[in-house]
Design a protein around this ligand. Structure first.
Ligand SMILES: *[C@@H]1O[C@H](CO)[C@@H](O)[C@H](O)[C@H]1NC(C)=O
Ligand SMILES: *[C@@H]1O[C@H](CO)[C@@H](O)[C@H](O)[C@H]1NC(C)=O
Length: 509
C-alpha cells in the first residue's frame, strides 16, 4: 500500500478548513449548553417547551445552522428554551444514542407531557432558519391560558376561588406566546385567563371597568373585588414582577434543594417572594448560562424572526494536523485480500479516477478524517481504502457495479455479498455531497445496518468451494448481526434504547 503525495496535499488543504473540535456555542451564547447530566433538570423537568439541537462540532450543517439557532434563542428568550448538546463529547454519546440521534444536526422539540419529567419529544424537520424554528417552537408552547367570556367568567372565578388570578383583556383573538409563558411561570399559583374585547363580552369588561386594550388585571386573592390593574409595558419581565405581588413564579430549573415556597396571598410574603424571584433569576442566569429577564413581546417575535443571513465562512485558522490519508490498494491481489474475498468483511472504497478533481479530493479528505477520528478514539471501524484507476480491480468493480467515471465511494462486503454506494457522488445531475458530515452519516447508517443494500453480481467475488452458498433470503438478514459482531462496542445504555436496535452497532453517532 502506498500513499500518494497529491492526495496527502489535497486532504491537508481540505482539513485546514476544518475548525478545531470544540463546542459550537460559547459560554456567552443564549443557547443553553446541555450535557447528558443536566438534560433532565433543565429540559425534561421544565414546564416550558424546549428545542434541543444535537450536534457535532465538526459538522458543516451544524455550523451553518449556528447563526440562525442563536437568533432563534434570542427571539424565544423567556418563551421557550433553546438548547444544544455536543454529541461528539464522549460523555454525551450514550445519551445522544438514547435520543435516537443518527445524524447531525438533529433538532427535537421537547414539550411537557402529562406526567412531570416525562416530556413529549418530537423531531423538528422544518426549515433551518430562525423563523422556522421560532414558529415551530411557539406552536408547541403549552397553553395554560383559559379563554373566558361573559358566560364562563363567573364559573372561572368561582373554581379554585382562593387561587390568585390574572386576566388579560385583549383585542387579539389568539393567545400570545407571551401570555402563555407567563401562565407557565405561575403554573400552580396564578390562574391566567384571556378575555377578548368583543361585543359579546361587554358584561365582563363592565364588571372590571376595562376600556383600554390590552389590560392586565391581577386578582391576588382570586376574587373579583380585588382587581389591580397593571400599567406598565406589555413585556414579560415587568409583567412577571407585577404578578409577584400575588405569588412567586416557579423557578426553572427547579432548585436542587427543597425550598419553602410562599403560597401566601398576603402582600408581605408576596414582596418577599418578589425579592427572592429577582435574586433567583439572577443567580439562575449566571449558573445555567440562561439570561433571565425575558423581554420579548409577541409582536417583536414575529418581526424579528426573519430569515437568518448566510453563515459566514469560518475565519479562524485552526491548528489541526491533517489526518493521515487512507491507504491505497495498489494491486488487484491486495484488493481481493482486503475487500473482495469470499471472507472479507465490510470495506469502504473510494474509487479514484486517474485525474482526481476537487470533489474527489474532498471525498478522500473526508474519509481520511473520519478514519483518523475513529482511530484516535480507538474505535473499531471497517477499513477505508482508495482504489485508484491504475489498479486492475478498479475497472472490474466499475463495470460489474455500473459505476460512473468520476469519484465513487462504495461499501462492499464480500462475505455477505452486498454493496452500496454513497448517494449522489457520481450523479452529475445531483450535487454530490462529499462533505465529511454526509459521508460520516452514510458510514454510520452502514454501521447501524440501515438502508438498502444491493446484492453483489455473480463473479465479482471469487468463490470458495468448501463454503455452502448462502441463500438469498438468508443473505439479507444476518448482515446486521454479522456486522454487529465485527464493529460492536455497544454500551449498556445504548442497548436499552429501542428494542429494534438491540443487535445493531451504535457506538458512535
Ligand atoms: C370558595 O369555595 C369553597 C368550596 O369550593 C366554598 O366553600 C367557599 O364558600 C367559596 N368562597 C367564596 C368566597 O366564594
Ligand atoms: C412546574 O409547575 C408546577 C406546578 O404545576 C410547579 O410546582 C413546578 O415548580 C414547576 N416546575 C418548574 C421547573 O418550573
Amino acid at each position: 500500500m502506498v500513499h500518494t503525495q497529491a492526495l496527502a496535499v489535497a486532504a491537508a488543504a481540505l482539513l485546514a478548513a476544518l475548525p478545531v473540535n470544540a463546542g459550537l456555542y460559547p459560554k456567552s451564547s443564549k443557547v443553553i449548553q446541555l450535557d447528558s447530566k443536566n438534560y433532565d433538570r433543565l429540559i425534561a423537568q421544565s414546564n416550558y417547551t424546549s428545542i434541543v439541537e444535537f450536534y457535532a462540532p465538526w459538522c458543516g450543517h451544524c455550523k451553518n445552522l449556528q447563526p440562525a439557532y442563536e437568533k432563534a434563542a434570542a427571539n424565544l428568550q423567556g418563551l421557550a428554551k433553546v438548547a444544544a448538546i455536543d454529541c461528539d463529547e464522549e460523555s454525551n454519546k450514550p445519551f445522544c444514542g438514547q435520543m435516537g440521534v443518527q445524524g447531525f444536526p438533529t433538532l427535537k422539540i421537547v414539550k411537557p407531557g402529562k406526567t412531570p419529567g416525562r416530556p413529549i419529544v418530537e423531531p423538528y424537520e422544518g426549515p433551518r432558519t430562525a423563523k422556522g424554528i421560532v414558529d415551530a417552537v411557539i406552536d408547541k408552547i403549552p397553553n395554560l391560558v383559559k379563554r373566558v367570556d361573559d358566560k364562563t367568567l363567573e364559573a372561572w372565578l368561582a373554581e379554585s376561588n382562593e387561587t390568585a388570578k390574572a386576566i388579560l383583556f385583549s383585542d387579539k383573538g389568539k393567545t400570545s406566546a407571551l401570555l402563555k409563558a407567563i401562565a407557565i411561570d405561575f403554573k400552580g399559583s396564578i390562574n391566567v385567563a384571556q378575555i377578548r374585547n368583543t361585543d359579546k363580552e361587554k358584561a365582563s369588561l363592565e364588571l372590571f371597568g376595562i376600556s383600554k386594550f390590552p389590560t392586565l388585571l391581577l386578582l391576588p386573592g382570586g376574587k373579583e373585588a380585588e382587581g389591580i390593574v397593571y400599567d406598565g409595558e406589555m413585556k414579560k419581565e415587568p409583567m412577571v414582577k407585577f404578578l409577584t405581588q400575588a405569588a412567586e413564579p416557579n423557578q426553572d430549573p427547579a432548585p436542587a434543594k427543597v425550598k419553602v415556597k410562599s403560597k401566601s396571598k398576603d402582600s408581605k410574603k408576596a414582596s418577599k417572594a418578589k425579592a427572592e424571584f429577582e435574586a433567583s433569576s439572577k443567580s439562575q442566569a449566571s449558573k445555567e448560562g440562561e439570561t433571565g429577564g425575558p423581554a420579548a413581546t409577541d409582536e417583536t417575535i414575529v418581526e424579528e424572526a426573519t430569515e437568518s443571513p448566510q453563515p459566514e465562512v469560518e475565519a479562524e485558522k485552526p491548528v489541526v494536523l491533517p489526518a493521515p490519508p487512507i491507504p491505497i490498494l495498489a494491486t488487484e491481489a491486495e484488493l481481493e485480500t482486503e475487500c473482495l474475498g469470499p471472507r472479507t468483511g465490510t470495506c469502504i472504497l473510494a474509487l479514484l479516477p486517474s485525474s482526481p478533481d476537487e470533489v474527489a479530493a474532498a471525498a478522500v479528505g473526508a474519509l481520511s478524517e473520519i478514519a483518523h477520528k475513529h482511530k484516535q478514539h480507538a474505535r473499531k471501524l471497517f477499513p477505508f481504502y482508495v482504489l485508484a484507476e491504475a489498479n486492475a480491480g478498479y475497472g472490474k468493480i466499475k463495470n460489474a457495479l455500473s459505476l460512473g467515471s468520476s469519484i465513487e465511494v462504495i461499501a462492499i462486503n464480500g462475505r455477505r455479498g452486498w454493496w452500496k454506494k454513497l448517494p449522489g457522488a457520481a450523479d452529475k445531475v445531483v450535487e454530490a455531497d462529499v462533505s465529511e458530515e454526509a459521508i460520516e452519516n452514510w458510514v454510520d447508517a452502514i454501521r447501524l445496518g440501515e438502508g438498502a443494500k444491493k446484492k453483489l453480481p455473480e463473479g465479482l467475488i471469487p468463490e470458495e468451494p468448501e463454503e455452502p452458498v448462502v441463500g438469498e433470503e438468508q443473505a439479507q438478514e444476518p448482515i446486521v448481526a454479522e456486522d454487529a459482531k465485527e464493529t460492536e462496542t455497544v454500551t449498556v445504555e445504548e442497548v436499552k434504547v429501542e428494542e429494534t436496535k438491540v443487535a445493531e452497532p451504535h457506538d458512535e453517532l
